[in-house]
Design a protein around this ligand. Structure first.
Ligand SMILES: Nc1nc2c(ncn2[C@@H]2O[C@H](COP(=O)(O)OP(=O)(O)OP(=O)(O)O)[C@@H](O)[C@H]2O)c(=O)[nH]1
Ligand SMILES: [Mg+2]
Length: 464
């Protein structure tokens, strides 16, 4: 599967810029660039130069200069891909970029596929599969939190976490396989107590990694926060205040919002995806009731729910509101729920005091006057599990890893049961092998299916 033909692609974004970088990788890349390169120093050819050196010169084709360029050379195996790599920094005009790429395409290069540079880096052992996948996440990261998680993974987060345990499991697997060879003689090479300890430890680490996915996935895609409440309490006004733009229509007509409206915003380094929903009430209107149905679905799928009430209406009928808050809590028992009293600008100081006395941990807000938005933002960030982030724990963000970890946990749990029930080791030897295979799939240690690789790297941009 390893190809060493020479590939070329633009590494910087398409379009005009001060500088563009064109990258080549493959055995012939240095000599290929050399054949069109005229160094200002007129000294040694590029092929004779040392790895990791920079050279100023001109790219010349048919006696005409395409551009003055700066060429970096990296020699196999000391490069990103592990092959000979050349990076050409040229002036960032579309025309120059295309001329240079065409020049190499016409002289033995092939256009790189999406992610092919990184795929080669993986195939040449420069990084494991989970690290290669993290490269795409690093490029896509759009907040401090998603960036931190991606960088951690690129530096080998999951691999480091699992490597040692996997090695120990491999040792036990070998001992148990050995027992199988002596099956008639009732010998035990693998110390059952130590083995049980290891299996418990592995299942503990796997569970923690699996649990981190809910947060990691939300982190990558934005943490969904559904804003629900009665009509007219100011849900759309709050969405607009959080986004700092007039995203949703606001009016004093109850039932203004019918379809859910979503948008993202970064708060304290974390991406939140706020979902404004249709106000919940009894209605005969078919469209509105579909909207209300959707509001409940959005709340069901959100990580956080903001339940918005009108401070004014609460003062008028506290009892029924307390019941309503209790009902919402009951409806979403496993969700983090934030109750917010909006429109505090419409009530008096005394009324405000009585409101807070009746509901503990209530966030006070005037979405319209933008009072209390800062406090709400603080509250939101503290509700999100940023503990794992600040402790620099490994957080799983990739669904392929999540699946492999879940399967590995299933197998290790079967092994655990096998030991407890003292069943014959040939039975749980199969589960140990399964577990090792699933763990190996994460880092790509076993032969990974070509289709899977195609799928993983197909999501990259060209040039990476
Ligand atoms: N005084 C005051 N009025 C507010 C506040 N927030 C919203 N309003 C007003 O309340 C009315 C309803 O606001 P919306 O944001 O449309 O309410 P909503 O909850 O989205 O309503 P539906 O979409 O119908 O469910 C508008 O007239 C807003 O200007 C506030 O903090 N103070
Ligand atoms: Mg609305």
């Amino acid at each position: 599967m390893i190809q060493n033909d020479t590939i070329v692609a633009l590494a910087t974004p398409a379009g005009v810029g001060a500088i563009a970088v064109i990258r080549l990788s493959g055995e012939k890349s240095i000599e290929l660039v050399d054949s069109f390169f005229s160094s200002v120093k007129k000294n040694k050819s590029l092929v004779q130069q040392k790895s990791h050196t920079l050279h100023l010169g001109h790219l010349v084709h048919n006696n005409s200069v395409i551009d003055q360029v700066l060429v970096s050379i990296f020699k196999n195996p000391h490069s990103y891909t592990g092959e000979n790599v050349v990076e050409i920094s040229c002036h960032g005009s579309n025309y120059i970029q295309q001329e240079i790429i065409q020049l190499f395409l016409q002289n033995g290069c092939r256009m790189a596929d999406n992610g092919e540079f990184t795929m080669r880096a993986f195939l040449n052992g420069k990084m494991d599969l989970s690290q290669a996948e993290a490269v795409a996440d690093v490029i896509a990261s759009n907040s401090a939190a998603s960036h931190q998680v991606a960088i951690q993974q690129m530096r080998g987060g999951i691999t480091n976490e699992l490597q040692e345990l996997r090695g120990q499991l491999l040792d036990f697997a070998a001992l148990i396989e050995l027992e199988l060879d002596f099956s008639g003689e009732d010998v035990e090479f693998a110390d059952r107590t130590k083995f049980r300890e290891l299996v418990t430890k592995i299942s503990f680490v796997l569970k923690r990694l699996i649990d981190s996915f809910a947060f990691g996935n939300a982190m990558k895609n934005g943490i969904p926060v559904a804003i629900i409440g009665e009509p007219n309490v100011g849900k759309s006004t709050l969405l607009n205040a959080l986004l700092n733009e007039e995203r949703a229509i606001v009016s004093d007509i109850a039932g203004t919002t019918r379809d859910a409206i979503e948008d993202e915003v970064v708060i304290n380094g974390v991406v939140f995806r706020f979902i404004d929903t249709a106000g919940i009430r009894e209605t005969e209107d078919v469209v509105e009731s579909i909207g209300i149905q959707k509001a409940f679905e959005k709340a069901e799928n959100a990580q956080l729910i903001i339940f918005l009430i009108s401070a004014q209406k609460f003062i008028e009928a506290p009892e029924s509101f307390l019941q309503e808050i209790a009902a919402i809590k009951e409806r979403f028992p496993h969700k983090r729920l934030l109750t917010i009293a909006n429109k505090i600008d419409t009530i008096s100081e005394e009324q405000l005091a009585s409101l807070t006395a009746q509901i503990s941990d209530l966030v006070l807000l005037s979405a319209k006057q933008k009072i209390g938005i800062d406090t709400l933002e603080q509250e939101l960030t503290s509700l999100v599990n940023t503990g794992a982030l600040s402790n620099n724990e490994t957080i799983v963000t990739n669904s392929r890893h999540f699946e492999a970890l879940t399967l590995a946990l299933e197998s290790i749990e079967s092994v655990k049961q096998g030991i407890e029930l003292d069943i014959s080791s040939d039975l749980f030897a199969i589960d140990i092998r399964e577990c090792l295979r699933h763990l190996g799939n994460i880092t790509g240690e076993y032969d990974v299916d070509k289709d899977i690789l195609g799928h993983i790297f197909g999501n990259f941009c060209i040039g990476k």
